[in-house]
Design a protein around this ligand. Structure first.
Ligand SMILES: [Zn+2]
Length: 164
């Protein structure tokens, strides 16, 4: 007599990822076919356990990040982004602005370095002038233009607790 193979019932409403093993009574992953503690077979096959897990997971969008090998749902992600510029302003710490001028300063230093090589005097002077101009352009742009733009005045009206 053929017995109909009834698919194993999955309680989709139960939010738990873990189950008490009927054999050893310890807590184990609900959708893994073997009990992790005693090896008792919880599901007829791994495929069936996986199918049950997928049905359980798709029943609720909040279970999307769940793993069938875990005992609990993953905790919600923590928003730990920090606005360091804002923090520095609050604490009165000076931060240099994000800038491309350091690259220009490095190009200037490259030509200044070439000027240190004992070539003929006119070549060295030319290199030193070119390097010095580029270097000064970078320093002025970074420190005097961009930095001042980011911190409009170094002596704001006294806030009381900030300046001592
Ligand atoms: Zn067990």
């Amino acid at each position: 007599m053929a017995v109909a193979q009834k698919p194993r019932y999955v309680d989709l409403a139960n939010p738990s990822l873990s189950v008490e093993c009927p054999n050893c009574g310890l807590r184990t992953a609900r959708f893994v076919d073997h009990c992790r503690n005693c090896g008792y077979k919880l599901w007829p096959s791994s495929e069936m356990a996986s199918a049950a897990f997928k049905a359980w997971r798709d029943a609720d969008p909040s279970r999307a990040a769940a793993s069938r090998f875990d005992l609990d749902l993953p905790p919600p992600p923590i928003d730990d982004t920090v606005d360091f510029a804002e923090r520095a302003h609050t604490l009165g710490i000076h931060l240099f602005p994000n800038s491309n001028y350091p690259f220009i300063i490095c190009v200037g230093m490259f030509f200044l370095g070439l000027a240190a090589i004992p070539f003929s005097a006119p070549a060295r002077i030319t290199m030193a002038v070119i390097g010095g101009l580029i270097f000064l352009y970078g320093v002025v742009g970074w420190v005097l233009v961009e930095d001042v733009r980011m911190y409009p005045s170094d002596s704001p009206p006294t806030q009381g607790e900030v300046h001592h």
